[in-house]
Design a protein around this ligand. Structure first.
Ligand SMILES: [Fe+2]
Length: 141
């Protein structure tokens, strides 16, 4: 069962929420490729995820600046996330599709914790009260 976005994950901004929905789908694609031991699908899914994260992180930063939300810690966490994903990608590539059931569980838990508990809940949710002072469909100027 893949990750699904719910209203509880809303951070109070339409752009960020819709980007998070895409993000969860992309993480689901990575997890599916891991479970199928499909190296080609995995490298494609990782590429899409990494590209999307760069776009998403830049949009979050723009929105944070527009609402005067201090973004330094966020930015560090974003950079750390990209490195962790890179590391995970290399680890998986080195095993060339030969990962164990336990490794699949490990990476699947890691992805879920990272995207939901860390990225959305621990970091982006910090912006919610500041974002809610603006209309839900607020766009940076
Ligand atoms: Fe985000």
């Amino acid at each position: 069962m893949g990750l699904a976005w719910t209203n509880q994950l809303s951070v109070g901004n339409a752009i960020i929420d819709s980007e998070h929905q895409v993000l969860l789908n992309m993480v689901n694609d990575v997890e599916r490729a891991i479970r199928k031991s499909d190296c080609f699908a995995l490298s494609q899914a990782f590429k899409l995820l990494e590209n999307w994260l760069c776009i998403h992180f830049a949009n979050e930063e723009k929105i944070a600046q527009a609402i005067n939300f201090p973004f330094d810690r966020h930015k560090l966490a974003q950079q750390f996330s990209l490195k962790e994903l890179q590391y995970m990608k290399e680890e998986l590539a080195a095993k060339d599709g030969l990962w164990s059931e336990r490794a699949m569980e490990h990476y699947s838990n890691f992805l879920k914790n990272w995207v939901v508990d860390d990225h959305i809940v621990k970091f982006d949710m910090l912006m919610k009260s500041a974002l809610q002072k603006h209309p839900y469909d607020f766009l940076p100027g």
